[in-house]
Ligand binder design. Structure first.
Ligand code: ADP
Ligand code: VHF
Length: 356
């Protein structure tokens, strides 16, 4: 069965006053159930729902927004539970760390897989209460692209209050035309601007960023109107919005490419040549280590001419410092253990130059 991630923006769940409008959720739930696919939802709307409960205005400060999200998230989930009943729903709240640190990513993936296997609908939102700058993904468009990796989805459907990407913001330019298919996000990035709604975060800019991340993981993105009709048309094989075609990449390569590195390994010219020809990174080619990282973290690898690759490190920073410049056979003598010959194995490594 195919796997899809459906992201619904606040603007597709709310009324003119910016409050959650349950019939909109029902229509989307009905459409999701008719898709004949395993659906993971990424739902915004916690802040809007919080405003609905308190009758509050637009949040002025971050703590106020976090409090509204905490109050509203419970309401939002109740509405989704009603909309999908009798199918159970599962709340999954994620922060940037949960999707970008490989250990947590794998934990979240296992939980998500099991939720799907149990026949429940996973409903993901950003964990807004821990939303300090470095823990934030920042917008649910980008989060949904990460969730597409998590779910190993083949398609990411971004539901919003316009039926696709236009040649200009259709809310301010009546001559704007919809674009049916995008082959390369770089060609259309200049057309996108920020949100045109009171509640939305990021507008088309973040949708195209999400499409780029998804595309690099081999996932197709479709930007389409909310309300259920767009989803139903898509499930019949029509193109109701804008399709952003995937590049041929594996999900893991895309994940590695976009994860925030925890540190840097500075390598010599010989190691750079080895990496470019598809080999692993051995300790002998490492000249210096920057940052504090642990086993399993993503690190950047810089060659003599600058950033070269990103990969998963088999050794913590303090251990790499001790074995850098040495032969793999010396590792056990230096560290007292020898788990891997390679500091970064080629299967966990992606060259930056190849994809950009
Ligand atoms: N080129 C464009 N084509 C379509 N919409 C655009 C474009 N540039 C900016 N937008 C704006 O993006 C908005 C959708 O994003 P946003 O308000 O963040 O919604 P959501 O809550 O669904 O994430 C549209 O309402 C529109 O005003
Ligand atoms: N996490 C926030 C939504 C953030 C967000 O990206 O909103 P949107 O642009 O409407 O998808 C909330 O639930 O209110």
């Amino acid at each position: 069965m195919r796997r899809v991630v459906v992201k619904i923006g606040s603007s597709s769940l709310t009324d003119a006053a910016g409050r959650i409008e349950p019939p909109k959720l029902w229509a989307i739930a009905r459409a999701c159930l008719s898709l004949n696919a395993e659906v993971t939802l990424v739902s915004s709307g916690a802040v809007a729902a919080g405003r609905g409960v308190l009758g509050a205005g637009k949040p002025a400060t971050l703590p106020h927004k976090q409090a509204l999200a905490a109050i509203g998230q419970a309401v939002l989930m109740q509405e989704w539970a009603r909309a999908f009943a009798p199918k159970p729903v599962a709340q999954i709240l994620l922060s940037a760390d949960d999707v970008q640190a490989r250990g947590r990513f794998v934990n979240a993936k296992h939980a998500l897989e099991r939720v799907l296997k149990l026949g429940a609908v996973p409903i993901v939102n950003e964990n807004d209460t821990v939303a300090t700058a470095e823990l934030r993904v920042g917008d649910n468009d980008t989060l949904s692209a990460w969730v597409a990796y998590l779910a190993e989805a083949d398609t990411l459907l971004l539901l919003t209050d316009v039926d696709g990407l236009y040649t200009a913001n259709p809310k301010s330019d009546s001559t704007a035309r919809r674009i049916d298919v995008v082959h390369d996000v770089s060609d259309v990035e200049h057309l996108a601007s920020g949100s045109g709604s009171a509640l939305g975060t990021g507008g088309m800019t973040t949708k195209l960023r999400a499409a780029r991340i998804a595309s690099e993981a081999g996932v197709e993105t479709v930007i389409l109107g909310g309300g259920g009709a767009g989803l139903e048309a898509w499930s019949k094989g029509e193109n109701p919005g804008t399709r952003v075609l995937p590049r041929r990449q594996t999900a893991k390569r895309g994940w590695l490419l976009h994860a925030t590195p925890r540190g840097t390994l500075i390598i010599d010219a010989g190691a750079e040549r080895a990496l470019k020809s598809g080999k692993s990174l051995l300790p002998s080619g490492i000249m210096r280590v920057d940052g504090d990282f642990s086993f399993g973290d993503v690190v950047r690898i810089d060659g003599p001419s600058g950033p070269l690759a990103q990969g998963l490190t088999n050794y913590a920073a303090k251990d790499v410092e001790r074995i850098s410049g040495r032969q793999s056979a010396e590792i056990v003598g230096l560290l007292g253990h020898h788990d891997f010959d390679e500091v970064v194995h080629r299967n966990g490594l992606v060259l930056l130059a190849r994809v950009h």
